[in-house]
Design a protein around this ligand. Sequence first.
Ligand code: ADP
Ligand code: MG
Length: 701
Amino acid sequence: MKGNTDHSESGITNCLVSKAIREKLVRLGVADEFDLLLHLPLRYQDETHLCPINDVPENKTVQVEGIIIHSEIMYRPRRQLVCRVEDDSGILFIRFLNFYGSQVKAYAVGTRVRLLGEIRQGFFGAEMVHPKCRIMRECIPLADALTPVYPTTAGLSSEALRKLIQRTLQALADGGDQQGYLSETLPDTILKQYRLHSFRSSILLLHQPPPDASATLLQQRTHPAWRRIKFDELLAQQLSMRLHYRQRRSGNAPVLLKKNDLIRALLQSLPFELTSGQKKASSEISHDLVAGHPMQRLLQGDVGSGKTVVAALAVLQAIENGYQAALMAPTEILAEQHYQKLSAWLGPVLGSSDIKIAWLAGNQKKKQRDSMLAAIADGSAMLAIGTHALFQDQVEFARLGLAIIDEQHRFGVHQRLALRMKGAKTGLAPHQLMMSATPIPRTLSMSYYADLDVSVIDGLPPGRTPVVTKLVAATRRDEVIARIREACHAGKQAYWVCPLIEESEALQLKTALDTYETLSLTFPDLKIGLVHGRLPPQEKSAVMESFKQGDIQLLVATTVVEVGVDVANASMMVVEHAERMGLSQLHQLRGRVGRGTETSICILLYQKPLSPIAQERLKIIFESTDGFEIARQDLRLRGPGEFLGARQSGVPMLRFADLEQDGDLLDAARNVAEELLCDHPEAAKRHLQRWLGKRSEYLRV
Ligand code: ADP
Ligand code: MG
């Protein structure tokens, strides 16, 4: 986590550094002494002993010492300074591609040098390229401990940082720690219970490892000193998220009692029985809605696990109590589909005379939009469904009681806040239900989502047959075409997903149009449709509707079909250039098929050569259909930043802790956070202040 970067109040003590250095430090994110203490080594260098040249492990940074026995500037294959260095065991070449005249002089024959670098087999034999090189005019003792190596910036070397940090530590130790930068934030009992080292000793050890500190543990960041820092960081995250959770939770929300009339009617009209996962999630939500405090719940479940119906039940609970609900989705296709599905489910239950369900989207006709807005404002619309259009200024709800956000990660903090503000008229905060199409790995939901309660729908509705995934090289396109033709003639329907072109939307559109044309020529015997993001909404929904009705057999689509689209009869999918797509995107796309009882096939066409990461992604998606497992792998490949999407803005990112490696610390931090908030609120405050400073204020949603 990044510390407080408000420079006006604090700053590195003037006597320690010049203004020029201070500016460079700011570039490293270091604004005050505490930031400097947390500017922890990237790694450690072992300069405590010398290796004999002939006995050096390859590809490992080592230190050797010897005498220069030959030195010359060579011009082929390019200008470089090449020296030969000899010790008792053997000879080593060192090469400098960029060098100064002074270096040529300094590295004269007969000079003793101490070198730090990696030895590789090069053109001349064993060599070090650009080693760190120290001239040994006299005997300099070897380091007695590991040397920390710091993240640097132009004009501020690791060595300079090391000295500055050492000086700062010294100054703090000499009684200059009025701010308590090194003081302990945690009560003794907690240190003992979780076997944590003190903060002070941990910081000191990481910057000045003693001779007996384990190099392996330090390098792997599993040393108790590292673990303490990571724990503190995780704890600060937990504290800040839980505090905000508590703050919001302490507000008042409408009490939405479970009256059950409408809910029972809906359940009876559904052609299926809820799965046990759905029942459990639904009852957790229902329980929250009764409580009179704003619900802040994340509903998780794999693609196709049936989140929509769980949302519909929550909507009814609001309506039963005379409150309105809003359902927001990130794309028009998805919002439209929710509108259709919920109209079909709720229409009969609500009685379909007036506008009971309102629909809002970006490019809607003014007249229609105005009547929708009016219905939302006077309360005759009980449910409003739409895209981002839902939280614009003109939208005023009469009595918003529940806001549901599908695909929550696509929405930023501010957008969700804006929707919540729509409840203002009631004087109460609306309940909030967020849904995520992509499962979120446990460690991530425990850390970055710790400000929410989480419900998980485990398992899929019965009767689904897993999708068979095939990886096919693009060179075998003909076989794929034959297969699709055969399937469509047999009465099946298929998606053909166009390649993703991230660089340019125009190009993406062109590719979609080209693909559509080519496929129309290839399949003169099939009815083919095209859907893409730029299509006007009416046309988009007309195409989706014909596909749903079975009038279109092959739907050529861009990744707009990625989320939510639900056409049960479609059982084949071809994804072009699958190697360009991310894991969760592939999983989402694949989730569009396998919704019926028919065995579905997803063919991932790929173009060689594959990058190692693309290869790994395709392997994962081929081997697993379990969304949670895929999400875990995705987190491993991409790291949490990428994974969090828009949520990232507003949540403090972790700098030190690694969710995969430090899962046990995360568990501990979670427990300790609760314990501190209950029993040691001052300690909690101190800890937060230290780690987040003013930033903790920013986290609101
Ligand atoms: P997702 O969780 O991906 O949003 P949906 O809510 O779109 O999934 O549901 C996928 C499909 O499964 C829909 O057609 C829905 O009607 C159907 N469905 C939901 N719950 C059940 C169930 N318990 N049994 C059978 N089908 C169900
Ligand atoms: Mg969905």
